[in-house]
Every structure is written in structure tokens, then in C-alpha cells.
Ligand binder design. Structure first.
Ligand code: DGY
Length: 422
């Protein structure tokens, strides 16, 4: 109990230390700016002890929104030479310098939680609502341009799961020959064995250079990007976010918006089946250029429950994967199936467990009635942090830490654990 109280205090101290006045850095050395989905999860942590600060985290993110609704994945509120690629390489942004790609749209779901826990915040919700809706419309316009009802990503960084093996085959189409020289900064902060490879980085930078060459014209990027992958993680997260945005529209009496968003939910529900892979018996990302499914079972595959999908046969198949993986590792949910030959316990999104993904999987399973499975995921998350501290991610076999320390979103997920375990 005392150890738990101590971890609580450490978690709050991390959020305070990573606070840059209205926004948080994920980690002060490795990620010294505001990151989109990190901020959304961080708001949940702040909400456990400072509701005003929780809302501000999201409001600050949306202060960087572009006029067309786009919300960037990084906001460069201040300079920091410790990160590459910085604002000069991106050359993007309107009110403030930003990146030119987005990130998993969890914000509407988090805002719904903030609102549910604090109905006195109606004015703040009402101010954020049109901004959330504008972002979702931007997604439909530029990340579902073929009208499939799924999210097509233009950059592995956009998915948040940077070096997942799902991007290896589609990524081979990215020409890295013209990439101007650059110096990685991530590997000066962290062991290279925990990070993406040099080839992966060259591909990331080539895609940044390509986007910049279009002047961040997202219609042109969607038409010509060499990397266009329907991401199972973003698609599931976006379906859930649309359901949550619909609930918010109804709460605010925004009936025209509610009707529009209900149409978006229907579009996603119709389209998502395209991402079911019969061979893998799993939800999987799919390359939209070749039409080929990735075939990889990753932690993102289990977000179908968070998305609110109900399909007994597919749910049973996913639960069978869950049971199998649960016997292979001590801590769920590894970011890659441990039976995959490419599984690596410490390398970023090729094996390690991430607390925020567990938060969504655990809640999703519980909400879908798979209470024991959901509880295992949430309990494993708490056990990992109790054992190792507030790291970026964890080895699923023994709980060893990997990546950056004093990580904001890990601290946030720790703080909301009581609510998780309810
Ligand atoms: C990085 O730089 O590793 C980030 O994940 C990009 O968003």
C-alpha cells in the first residue's frame, strides 16, 4: 500500500516536471515537444488531481490546429536541438510550427471521459467540440479518400506504432536515395537496440521530405504518397472516437452534427471488415496500394473491442489469440505476437508492452463483457509499472523497462488505474 502511494506521488511529480505550462512533453530528453496522442492520455492523468490542467492539455493541442481541421502529431512550442526532425525539417504549421502528419485520434474519447467525470465543464466541452469535429472531418477527407471507412496512414509515425513490422513490406516502396544527410538524436539518448533501425529512419525522413515537397498539401499526399497503409490501430481508434464524439454531440444538443457523425460511424462500421484477415484470423493492417494484408497480429489488432465491434466469430478468434499470447508472456499485451519470428522483447513496437494501448484493450474487453480478460490486461499494466517504474514501454516476458524513463503517459495511466479496475 505504501509502495502504491509512493508510485502515485512519483506519477504526479512526473506530470508536474514534464509540464511546460499548458502542455506536457512525453519525456524531457527524447521527446521535448507536445505530441498529439500523448497529450490526450496525459490529460487523463492530470484529471485525477487537477481537472483544469487536464482540459488545458487538450485545449493547447487544439490551439495548433490548422484551418482545415488538421491536428499535427508534434507541436514545436519552443526550440530544442535534442530532437530530430525538428521544425526546420518539417516546415509546417500555421499559428505555431508543427509537424505535417497527424496521430491516432484518441482525443474525442478522452474528452468524453473528462466530461463524464466533470459535467460542470460544459463550456469547455462546447468550445472543443467543433474543433474535434473539424479534425474528424479532416480524417474523412484526407485519410479515407477512397471512401472505404478505414484510416489510411501516410507515415509510420502517424500510427504511433513507428516500427511495427506491419510497415516493413509497404515501406520497401519508399525511395530513400534522395534523403539529405541528417543526424538522428534518438540514439544519443537511448540504446539503439530499443529503437527503429537506420533503414526505417531513412524511410521516415524520406516521407517527411516528400510531404514537405508538396507544401503539406494533404490531397496531393494522399494521391501520391509511396506509403498508404490502412492501419488497424488508427481505424479502430477512429471508430471509437466517432462513437464518443456522437455521444458528445447528443449531450450538447448538436443534432445536425449528431446526424452527420452517426453517418460517419455507419461508414466505419461498413468498411472495417476489409481489415479482417481470414488467413491470420485476426484484424490486420492492409497496404492500400497492393491490397495485401499485413498478416501481423499486433496489440492494435485487439482494439476491435475498444472500437465497440461485435462479431461473435471474429471476437472468438481474437480471444483465442489473446489466450495463446497470454500463455507465452508474463505481461500482456505485447506489441507483436511473441510467436512471430520478428518478435523482439525490447525493440519499441516489435514486442514491448505499452501502457496506453493496454488501457484501450483492457477497457475495450471489459466493456464488451470479457471482464476477466480485460482485468488481466489492466492488472498486468499496473504490475509492470509497480515493478519497473514509469518507462516508455516494458519487456512482456519479464517486465524489464525499455525506452525513455519518467514517461508522461505511463504516469497518467498509472494514476487512472483505480478507475480502470472498477
Ligand atoms: C519519434 O521521434 O520516435 C516519434 O515517435 C515520432 O513521433
Amino acid at each position: 500500500m505504501e509502495a502504491t502511494a509512493q508510485r502515485d506521488e512519483e506519477a504526479r511529480a512526473i506530470l508536474r516536471a514534464n509540464d511546460r505550462g499548458g502542455y506536457s512533453v512525453p519525456n524531457r530528453r527524447v521527446y521535448p515537444f507536445q505530441w498529439n496522442w500523448d497529450s490526450a492520455f496525459v490529460a487523463l492523468g492530470f484529471a485525477t488531481f487537477d481537472r483544469d490542467r487536464a482540459w488545458r492539455e487538450i485545449e493547447t493541442l487544439f490551439a495548433a490546429q490548422w484551418r482545415d481541421g488538421f491536428v499535427p502529431h508534434i507541436v514545436f512550442w519552443q526550440d530544442d536541438p535534442g530532437y530530430f526532425p525538428g521544425p526546420d525539417r518539417w516546415q509546417a504549421g500555421e499559428q505555431v510550427r508543427t509537424s505535417g502528419i497527424t496521430q491516432p485520434p484518441v482525443a474525442a474519447s478522452i474528452v468524453r471521459t473528462l466530461w463524464n467525470d466533470d459535467p460542470s465543464s460544459r463550456d469547455r466541452l462546447a468550445t472543443l467540440f467543433p474543433k474535434l469535429l473539424a479534425w474528424h472531418r479532416w480524417f474523412w477527407r484526407h485519410r479515407d479518400f477512397e471512401d472505404r471507412g478505414v484510416v489510411v496512414t501516410m507515415h509510420p509515425w502517424e500510427t504511433g506504432r513507428d516500427n511495427s513490422p506491419e510497415w516493413d513490406v509497404p515501406g520497401a516502396a519508399i525511395d530513400t536515395a534522395g534523403v539529405e544527410p541528417y543526424v538522428r538524436r534518438d540514439t544519443s539518448h537511448l540504446d539503439a537496440a530499443m529503437r527503429p533501425t537506420q533503414l526505417e529512419y531513412d524511410r521516415y525522413v524520406a516521407l517527411v521530405d516528400f510531404g514537405r515537397s508538396t507544401g503539406w498539401d494533404h490531397a496531393r499526399i494522399a494521391a501520391h504518397s509511396p506509403f498508404r497503409v490502412a492501419d488497424i490501430g488508427m481505424s479502430m481508434i477512429f471508430l471509437r472516437a466517432n462513437r464518443d464524439l456522437l455521444a458528445l454531440a447528443e449531450a450538447l444538443g448538436e443534432s445536425a452534427a449528431a446526424a452527420e457523425i452517426a453517418g460517419h460511424v455507419a461508414r466505419a462500421e461498413r468498411g472495417i471488415g476489409w481489415l479482417w484477415d481470414d488467413d491470420a484470423q485476426s484484424w490486420c493492417s492492409r497496404d492500400t496500394i497492393t491490397g495485401r494484408p499485413s498478416g501481423f497480429v499486433t496489440s492494435a489488432s485487439f482494439l476491435s473491442f475498444w472500437a465497440g465491434l461485435v462479431d461473435p466469430a471474429r471476437d472468438a478468434a481474437m480471444l483465442a489469440h489473446f489466450e495463446r499470447i497470454g500463455t507465452r508472456v508474463r505481461y500482456l499485451m505485447p506489441s507483436l505476437d511473441p510467436d512471430d519470428p520478428g518478435f523482439q522483447m525490447l525493440r519499441y513496437w516489435r514486442g514491448p508492452v505499452w501502457a496506453v494501448v493496454n488501457y484501450m484493450i483492457g477497457h475495450g474487453l471489459s466493456e464488451a463483457g470479457h471482464v476477466e480478460a480485460g482485468a488481466r490486461v489492466l492488472a498486468d499494466t499496473t504490475a509492470l509499472i509497480a515493478r519497473s517504474g514509469f518507462y516508455e514501454a516494458f519487456d512482456p516476458t519479464d517486465g524489464a523497462p525499455t525506452g525513455g524513463d519518467t514517461f508522461s503517459w505511463t504516469a497518467a495511466i498509472w494514476l487512472v488505474r483505480t478507475e480502470q479496475q472498477r
